[in-house]
Design a protein around this ligand. Sequence first.
Ligand SMILES: C[S@@+](CC[C@H](N)C(=O)[O-])C[C@H]1O[C@@H](n2cnc3c(N)ncnc32)[C@H](O)[C@@H]1O
Length: 217
Amino acid sequence: MAHGNGTSGGTAIPDHEFWDTFYTERDQIWSGNPNVVLVRETHGRTPGTALDLGCGEGADAVWLAGQGWRVTAVDVSRVALGRAAERAAAAGVADRVDWQWHDLSQSFPEGTFDLVSAQFLHQPGEILRERILRRAAGAVAPGGVLLIVGHAGFPAWEEHDREEARFPTPDEVLAALSLPEDGWEVQLSEEHERIQNGPDGQPATRRDNALKVRRRG
Ligand SMILES: C[S@@+](CC[C@H](N)C(=O)[O-])C[C@H]1O[C@@H](n2cnc3c(N)ncnc32)[C@H](O)[C@@H]1O
């Protein structure tokens, strides 16, 4: 769980409300740069169709579109999707991205894709995330890849108790996908560190993990 959405008076805050509030707090939350693992892992791949799950403010989707991909990008926050569409228009790639609103725990985009990317798709209840990621695997076209990047722990500037701070390892994400071994090939399973700036701009080391699996064609 990445954002601490809990319950209030026994009522869970719906994801769309949580994330709309989150995005409304600032004009821009994320850096605007595509995620480094996405850039690295798509390098040299022929552009085709891509699905970006939890696209946020659209940096990955816009970057992919600029590389020649036809992108379907999904988020539960209409605030984030609005910003993402503006970013795509400014970059001249609006016609290459289909922005779709979904609460992925309830609905999922139609079709299959050469690349399905889930970058930091964290939400309360990792079980739901696992279910979404299994659907994501089902949306990968033959010969296509599923790239899942997630946090391996909370940043140093946030305080959480040990149990809550447990994120799945790449092996656990792979196990949760329940992929038939003869139909899929693991191309990447790693934990890595990167520098992320905290709320006051202070740099800190953050651990993330990445899993890339290819559906045999
Ligand atoms: C940590 S942000 C990551 C955004 C973007 N992928 C990035 O790397 O900058 C998680 C994103 O997932 C979206 N999200 C969370 N739960 C979702 C759900 N149930 N359905 C669709 N999107 C969801 C949030 O609105 C948010 O934009």
